[in-house]
Design a protein around this ligand. Structure first.
Ligand code: SF4
Length: 408
């Protein structure tokens, strides 16, 4: 058989497959419409005494026979085909009312079926939903796919080649790898692999907070099913899809600081003694976007909001996490210490340098400061010089002994 014969044969096979899958689609539609009308994503199909009535936002046809319907659906350029295959995909997906289904619809900017928040068309500023009508979605899904960001994850939804009409596939990678050649990324196909990717940061340090913006890049999941995509996302960011969905439905159960702190027992019993203003400092230290990608929805208590910004991420934080509770224990103990007046002799530049050091450590910038850059206060040689000059062998700044009443 010649190359041309092969091409003709493949083309015929494709045509046969399309004919078969379109026939399946029509059978499913007719079978459903004979039981009950279809009204989904702007598509309507109803069995009437006068034949089938079909409508999309752009077209309305009545008095159709089953044969007429088959012909309309066989024409893949007809928007009826797109609306019908879209209905079929979501019908196969099932799971009405579940977080899984809502998340997959969010991924392709489909209107959420059960959201209480209003949705908008044409904008995409992170939290607001830029929903799109079916033809607009299909155009993008068939081209490069529709991309959405979930924390540091980039999710691309696209139409699957050679599958049932409307079938989707999902690609998942780090946002920093958006434009990377797949050949340069480590390929994965089992959702469970995502858990291993989240354990350590790029320097090999354990990540105790899975929503910290320290997810390693350099990997890709390609061609996932909807179920596998959601599983992989939940391995990376546990419970984020469920909490996002609860919030969308208006039933996110938020536990504020005080009630969470008062619930603590054992060694954490002390955290409810953390002063009100210290809770502000704690939220600023731990819960801003630069430290955690969850959007803090908990406040000091009901009706008493913290002044620190809770962040802009798509998925909410419904209660102080274990990392924050553990840190709060330390701060609750430290805050019981009385303030004292200390006397240290420093030059103005040395005082400025101490402030620069605190800032560099708090922002995680110490690794960026080159050894040769001695103009930076947090330069390692500058820090070592200050220590040599101002800190004695007992680690006392300017020789002032504070060991008797310090908890470190
Ligand atoms: S409590 Fe703060 S640090 Fe912990 S998950 Fe929530 S927002 Fe993130």
């Amino acid at each position: 058989m010649s190359v041309t014969d092969h091409a003709d044969s493949d083309a015929n096979a494709d045509t046969d497959a399309n004919t078969s899958t379109n026939a399946d689609l029509t059978d499913a539609l007719l079978e459903h419409a004979d039981r009950e009308p279809i009204a989904f994503d702007g598509f309507r199909l109803e069995a009437t005494d006068d034949g089938y009535a079909i409508a999309t936002p752009a077209t309305e046809r009545t008095g159709l026979s089953g044969r007429d319907l088959r012909e309309a659906l066989a024409d893949e350029t007809d928007d009826v085909h797109e609306y019908a295959s879209n209905w079929r995909y979501w019908q196969r997906m099932g799971g009405e009312g579940t977080a899984r289904r809502a998340f997959l619809r969010w991924c392709e900017r489909a209107p959420l079926e059960d959201a209480v928040e209003s949705e908008t068309e044409g904008t995409d500023d992170g939290r607001s939903e830029a929903t799109r009508a079916v033809p607009d979605r299909y155009e993008a899904l068939a081209a490069d796919g529709l991309e959405r960001q979930w924390g540091q994850l980039s999710i691309t939804t696209r139409l699957a080649d050679g599958s049932a009409p409307g079938e989707r596939r999902y690609d998942l990678r780090h946002v920093d790898d958006r434009g990377a050649d797949p050949a340069d990324l480590e390929a994965h196909d089992r959702p469970r692999d995502a858990r291993d990717l989240t354990t350590y940061d790029e320097k090999g340090r354990y990540r105790p907070l899975k929503t910290a913006p320290t997810l390693v890049s350099g990997w890709a999941f390609t061609g996932l099913s909807g179920d596998d995509l959601v599983d992989a996302v939940e391995f990376v960011y546990p419970a984020t899809v469920a909490n996002w969905h609860r919030e969308r439905r208006g039933n996110l159960d938020v536990d504020h600081w005080l009630e969470t702190a008062e619930r603590q027992t054992g060694i954490y019993d002390v955290v409810d003694e953390l002063p009100r203003e210290a809770v502000e400092w704690m939220a600023e230290a731990c819960c801003v976007d630069s430290q955690c990608l969850r959007r803090r929805e908990w406040e000091y208590e009901e009706g008493d909001e913290l002044s620190v910004d809770g962040g802009d991420g798509p998925f909410p934080c419904r209660e102080p996490c274990s990392l924050v509770i553990a840190a709060a224990r330390k701060w609750a103990i430290l805050e019981t210490e009385e303030e004292r007046t200390w006397e240290f002799e420093l030059t103005t530049s040395e005082k400025n340098q101490l402030e620069a050091l605190i800032d560099a450590v708090a922002e995680g910038r110490t690794d960026e400061i080159r050894e040769a850059d001695v103009n930076r206060g947090a330069n390692r040689y500058r820090a070592r010089y200050l220590r040599a000059k101002r800190v004695d062998g007992e680690r006392n700044l300017c020789g002032v002994d504070s060991s008797v009443d310090s908890d470190g």
